[in-house]
Design a protein around this ligand. Structure first.
Ligand code: CIR
Length: 260
């Protein structure tokens, strides 16, 4: 591992279940179609594998409609993993489903015990720190407990804010390399990225901000041509994946995997 922020050897994903039709959503913009979601999910997994990484593909969980969004259940760091405590009550049980896989992958797995809440979608690990956005799913007690848990692994944590009406901190930003962040203007305006090089997603393409840098690739949602062109100009190798179905459940590229 030359740079633990975007050089990975493994990822964990979970295939979507037919219960995705009952997944959480802030606004009803249509019912997700399982076949289309499965096809996009297969493209996503193939892109990760094309970098040479091992992808652990977990089976669908009918009892948890949002379980395809594995990112929210844990934080994977070089020295260990931390099991989260989702702020969405219907998602709490997903953590116990993820725990055995992480225990096979890591010598040390720690957990957020509560009473606070925290979801992985609110956590951005950069080259030098961990940024955690308070949101409707992540509260001050959850952030404080995480800070304590990761301190002896050498991580410093900074609490920031997720814009009003935005599900997760990373709904609006992604790490492109150790110093470069892709962000919406509205999130960057909060000042949370001072000291970083920030690339703004063009006006009208805010939903493209949730991308992932995974080894040599940037995986981003398809249908945002100006963002794709900008990243290409900046020298990133971009793979576009259909996100129409996950978007109906407020999900994007980062939510679909745990990367380590
Ligand atoms: C939820 O509301 O929890 C899911 N429908 C979407 C989760 C997206 N996860 C993420 O941004 N990390």
């Amino acid at each position: 591992m030359t740079n633990p922020t975007y050089e990975f050897t493994r990822a964990i994903t979970r295939r979507p279940a037919s219960s995705i039709t009952d997944g959480l959503r802030a606004e009803d913009i249509g019912t997700p179609d399982l076949d289309r979601m499965l096809a996009a999910h297969a493209d996503y997994v193939s892109a990760l594998k094309s970098t040479g990484a091992e992808v652990i593909e977990l089976p669908p969980l009918e009892a948890f409609p949002d379980a395809v969004f594995v990112e929210d259940t844990a934080l994977c760091l070089p020295k260990g993993a931390v099991l989260m405590r989702p702020g969405a009550p219907s998602r709490l049980g997903e953590v116990a489903e993820m725990a055995p896989t992480l225990r096979q992958c890591y010598d040390e797995v720690r957990e957020i015990k509560g009473p606070g809440f925290i979801e992985g979608g609110d956590i951005l690990v950069t080259g030098g720190e961990i940024l955690v956005g308070r949101s409707a799913r992540t509260d001050a007690a959850g952030v404080a407990e995480l800070a304590e848990i990761v301190a002896d692994w050498g991580h410093s944590l900074r609490e920031v804010f997720t814009p009003e009406g935005v599900l997760h901190f990373k709904t609006d930003c992604s790490l492109m390399d150790a110093e470069t962040i892709l962000s919406t203007k509205r999130l960057d305006a909060s000042g949370c990225f001072e000291g970083y090089r920030v690339l703004h997603v063009p006006e009208g393409e805010e939903a493209a901000a949730n991308a992932i840098r995974y080894n040599n690739l940037v995986l981003m949602a398809a249908d945002f041509p100006r963002t794709a062109e900008m990243l290409d100009r900046e020298g990133f190798e971009v793979v576009q994946i259909s996100n129409t179905e996950c978007a109906k459940l407020d999900g994007g590229m980062s939510c679909l995997s745990l990367r380590f």
